[in-house]
Every structure is written in structure tokens, then in C-alpha cells.
Design a protein around this ligand. Structure first.
Ligand code: 5RP
Length: 219
């Protein structure tokens, strides 16, 4: 089974968590693209979606799913998104696709976070995947120096501008033993918009695509 087949299986499995007549929170990435394909099969049964990126918005609209502005929505029942790494406490690193800030906002509004991954994303300690940090452009060098003080090696993601007009620093060589504390510390650096640790609001349900089928994990 290929990695993409495992992503697809996880993406389609998430459909069981979508309730009729609700607005669905939709993440970003190749695994979520499979979920959007699945969601299109029940587009007449849902009200629509709130999207976490321009890329997902484009695909949702192309498939005939109405996309709502988050400000016009009171409540999101489920948010479905992928991850770059997830540990057994359901803490994640996200932002490989540079959509971390909008993802974190939509996840904050949602009642339930359904994380969909293939089995290569499960880790015991977060940090082998470089941690994305979205930064206001003029603060880039200052934030990089502060991240070095926290023990990381930040690298400017060349040529990438986020949907919010900011830049990304990818922080290498961080062994993140306490994800909640690290998330809070990095967010406190002036000039940081948000960072890719999703620990203070982690996943509620994890669907892992494996060669043996999709495994469901809850805490
Ligand atoms: C985008 C993300 C994605 O969820 C993460 O990068 C996983 O992507 P993929 O499903 O393509 O492996 O956080 O900002």
C-alpha cells in the first residue's frame, strides 16, 4: 500500500464524523484533499464548509461545496485536518503546507478535531519534522534569534508567503518534550503569528491509514 493510499483511506474514514446539516471545518494538505473528495459525495446533505486555506477553498468550490467566512459561523461541529507529526498524547506538529494559522483558528472554533494521517506521521517525541513558525516579515531575524535561544535551528522557508502575507521559519533540531509549554513560549515571542505546535488544542480523534486498514485512536 502506498503512502497516498493510506492517506486516502484515512481521509475517507473521516466522513463518518460529518453530521447532516452542519458546517464542516476543513484543513489543508494532500490527506485533506482526499477528505474533500469524500465530502463532495455528501455535499447536498451538509450546509457547507469553513476552509483553512486558499488552496482548500479552491478545491471545495470546484467540487460544489459552499464555503463560509468563519466570522459568519457560530459553531463548527467537526474540523478535519492532517498533521506532519502526531504523538500518543494527540499533540501535533502542523504547518508543512504553511496554513498553520488559519488551521489553528478553525480548530479553535470546532467542537471536535479529527486528525487524518498515514502511519508515517506517528512519533513518540515531536520535533524530527521541522517546526513551522509563521512570522510577521519585519520580525523574521529577531524571531530567529529568539528561537535559537530556545534550542532550535530556524531556517527561512524561501519563496513562501502565507495566505496571511507572512513568512515561515522552519525550526530544526528541536526535541519537543513538553509540547504545550513550547507552544506557549514560542507564541510569546513578539512577531510570531502562531507556531505549528497543536498541543493546547490537540486532536480528539486520530484516524491512521495503515496497510491493515484505518485505525481509530482516542485518548
Ligand atoms: C498544512 C498542514 C498539513 O495538515 C500537514 O502538512 C500534512 O499534510 P499532508 O496531508 O499533505 O501530509 O498542516 O499546513
Amino acid at each position: 500500500m502506498t503512502q497516498d493510499e493510506m492517506k486516502k483511506a484515512a481521509g475517507w474514514a473521516a466522513l463518518q464524523y460529518v453530521k447532516k446539516d452542519t458546517i464542516v471545518g476543513v484543513g489543508t494538505g494532500s490527506t485533506v484533499n482526499h477528505f474533500i473528495d469524500a465530502l463532495a459525495t455528501m455535499k447536498d446533505d451538509i450546509e457547507g464548509a469553513v476552509s483553512s486555506s486558499e488552496a482548500s477553498t479552491k478545491k471545495l468550490i470546484e467540487l460544489g461545496i459552499e464555503v463560509f467566512d468563519l466570522n459568519s459561523v457560530d459553531m463548527i461541529d467537526v474540523y478535519v485536518d492532517g498533521a506532519d507529526e502526531i504523538n500518543d498524547r494527540m499533540d501535533m506538529i502542523k504547518g508543512g503546507g504553511a496554513a498553520l494559522t488559519r488551521e489553528k483558528i478553525v480548530a479553535a472554533v470546532a467542537k471536535q478535531f479529527i486528525c487524518i494521517v498515514d502511519n508515517t506521521k506517528q512519533v513518540s517525541i515531536l520535533g524530527e519534522f521541522p517546526l513551522p513558525v509563521e512570522v510577521i516579515p519585519m520580525a523574521r531575524s529577531y524571531v530567529a534569534r529568539e528561537l535559537v535561544k530556545l534550542g532550535g535551528d530556524p531556517v527561512y522557508r524561501q519563496g513562501v508567503v502565507t495566505d496571511n502575507g507572512n513568512v515561515i521559519l522552519d525550526v530544526y533540531n528541536m526535541q519537543i518534550l513538553d509540547p504545550k509549554v513550547m507552544e506557549t513560549k514560542i507564541n510569546a515571542i513578539v512577531g510570531v503569528v502562531t507556531n505549528g505546535l497543536f498541543a493546547n488544542r490537540g486532536a480528539d480523534v486520530l484516524l491512521v491509514g495503515t496497510p491493515e486498514g484505518v485505525k481509530t485512536v482516542t485518548l
